[in-house]
Design a binder for this molecule. Structure first.
Ligand code: FAD
Length: 462
């Protein structure tokens, strides 16, 4: 970037919000995916849609790439300025979200954390149910851009299902608005849906309106231990197909994950020897119904061979379980020198075969593999942890994932359920998406961003 372009940036935003110092840029050189740091040439911390528009117009004039960034918790390298240029951070666009209880919506700026959105809604007895495990650290703008899911997606779905209105800036520097405080809208093409999951490659989100729900009054979490993983998966299938139960959460944590939480976090979770623990959350407004469902679920589990479940029906026990669950990915990174992770999804009927295949593959490649996550959605996070020699681990994990992705695609699954393609997974795209579909995606990208300045190198393969 030229010095003149950096000076123009400082006229658009205040000079103190334009960073060129290598030490400060280092803080924007990574996200939470593995890989070497790639700092931008310059970072600009924007405060308004007008500033975003001016930055994008400057970038277009100068033919400089722009990488939008929320809070950098992405797991696919989407917020890394891999081709240099301008990193556009929305972290300061974080004014208090505005709840509109009469219309059951919340309006928020993109840099607000998901946790703050949820808390603001809860103050009005309302519920924003999307809760990625990173909720305290990630931004709602990042959630829109990745169409984030989370533990409660089983019952409540993912970000796009709550997105009712959006303000965004196109690469041409136009500020567009679509939808609003309305709960249904098919007026033309759905621009909310177009931007959800677009990973910062089509436009920069500067404001959003989300639908809220009533906050359920009662919840109970059950942590159900099984000696054999196949028994746990059988329970999961029965629960997700059960006409009576509609749990909010259907998760699993394999033994290595529980032990990691107990070792690193001192979580003191019970049953560390169980091969797998199934985490199910039941909730509702009728306390007796929730308790009756808890008993029903406990009986189902015990019939399948579970040990006595831990039933967490109070905030202290629930916090202990959820702290461990939410910290699990970070915990593995602390315990092992490196972790390579994928985020596969399969049709739920394929879960038994997929879980068995992962275990067999881990044995064959002699790797420490810890699967966990949102299994009720068919979504499994597969973390391959390094214990020994780096070169062996790299070779082994590469071969492991090659085979795993082949298996998943062969079973009607996909390569990512919620973390996105970003920079790191473009290598799977030609296998995961057909040539005609890829052409449509390229045409879509070209229509929004004809000069290719917004987050180049992400999502679409070369
Ligand atoms: C410990 C841990 C647990 C996680 N658990 C989950 C989980 O349960 N579910 C889940 O879905 N994800 C999870 N994630 C992944 C990550 O938190 C999500 O992808 C999150 O949505 C990223 O938000 P962010 O603000 O950190 O975005 P960033 O990492 O900053 O950016 C992510 C992508 O969004 C784009 N982007 C960011 N802001 C904007 C904007 N305003 N306009 C346009 N594009 C933008 C970026 O260009 C990039 O492509 C987890 C990550 C970690 C580290």
């Amino acid at each position: 970037m030229t010095g003149a372009a950096v000076r123009r940036l400082a006229e658009i935003a205040a000079p103190e919000r334009v960073l060129t110092d290598p030490e400060r840029l280092a803080g924007y050189a990574r996200d939470e995916s593995p890989g070497p740091p790639l700092p931008p040439d310059v970072a600009v911390l924007v405060r308004s849609a007008e500033e975003v528009a001016a930055v994008l117009r400057l970038a277009r004039d100068e033919r400089v790439p722009v990488t939008p960034r929320g809070l950098g918790t992405g797991l696919a390298g989407g917020a890394i300025a891999a081709q240099g240029g301008i990193l556009l951070s929305t972290e300061l666009m974080n004014e208090e979200p505005q709840v509109d209880p009469d219309n059951l919506v919340i309006t928020t700026r993109p840099g607000v954390t998901t946790d703050r959105v949820r808390r603001a809604a809860a103050e009005h007895g309302l519920y924003y149910p999307v809760d990625p495990a990173s909720l305290e650290d990630c931004s709602i703008g990042g959630n829109i851009a990745t169409n984030a899911g989370g533990a409660r997606a089983f019952k409540y779905g993912v970000t796009t299902q709550y997105l009712r209105g959006i303000e965004a800036v196109t690469p041409a520097g136009d500020i567009i608005r679509y939808g609003g405080r309305i709960h249904k809208n098919v007026t033309g093409y759905d621009l909310c849906a177009a931007l959800a999951g677009s990973e910062g490659t089509l436009a920069v989100v500067t404001e959003a309106v989300f639908r809220l729900l009533p906050l359920p009054a009662h919840r109970v979490d059950l942590l159900i231990p099984f000696d054999r993983i196949a028994q746990g998966v059988e329970l999961i299938l029965r629960v997700v197909r059960d006409a009576r139960l509609l749990p909010a959460v259907v998760e699993f944590i394999e033994r290595g994950g529980i032990r990691a939480c107990n070792t690193v976090l001192g979580s003191g979770l019970p049953f560390p020897d169980a091969e797998v623990q199934v985490l199910i959350e039941l909730e509702g407004n009728d306390r007796d119904q929730v308790l009756a469902d808890t008993v029903h679920l406990g009986e189902m589990a015990m019939k399948l061979g579970a040990s006595e479940p831990l039933v967490a029906d109070n905030p202290t026990d629930q916090a202990r379980i959820w702290h461990a669950r939410r910290e699990l990915a970070k915990t593995l990174k602390k315990l092992y020198s490196e972790v390579a992770a994928e985020d596969i999804v399969v049709p739920i009927a394929q879960l038994p075969a997929t879980v068995a295949f992962i275990a067999e593959l881990a044995r064959r490649h002699k790797l420490t593999v810890i699967p966990f996550g949102h299994i009720g959605d068919g979504n499994i996070h597969v973390d391959v942890c390094r214990e020994g020699d780096r070169a062996d681990w790299l070779r082994g994990s590469e071969a492991f994932f090659e085979e795993l992705i082949g298996f998943v695609l062969g079973r009607g699954g996909q390569v990512t359920a919620e973390h996105g393609i970003g920079l790191k997974k473009t290598r799977w795209m030609k296998r995961a998406v057909g040539p005609a579909e890829l052409e449509v995606m390229r045409a879509l990208k070209h229509a929004w961003d004809p000069d290719g300045i917004l987050n180049p190198g992400k999502v679409l393969p070369d």
